[in-house]
Design a protein around this ligand. Sequence first.
Ligand code: ZN
Length: 138
Amino acid sequence: MKTISKILRVSTRDRFQLINITMEVESFVRESGICRGILVISVPHATASIIVNENEPGLLSDIIEKVKEITEPDSSKWLHNSIDDNAHAHIGSALFGHERVFPVNECRIFKGIWQDIFLLEMDGPRSERKIVLTILGE
Ligand code: ZN
């Protein structure tokens, strides 16, 4: 079994933002030469997440609105805000997770046509966010 890793780097421009990384992830899988295995997409950050869903502008805006509603970025109740004013983003990362996993089959990500892969920024803008891609298989 082989394991191949790569770090994708993206910058973000908004406090909350969804960045579509599907093409970069698909290229990584193609170039890995691995045709059957497991793909892990993770972020080494405590204030961002990886999510999977449809790339439809209205829906992406809906998701951001719901993330704000859940994480309450303007709430004065968060204790962590006395340190660096981003408690909402830590809470979002804790709730939505730092990783997603896909099977790899026939040399491709086994995913639905409406499943695109996004970095969910919750504490932007950032000049660099890392996304760790790891594929295990043969
Ligand atoms: Zn913090």
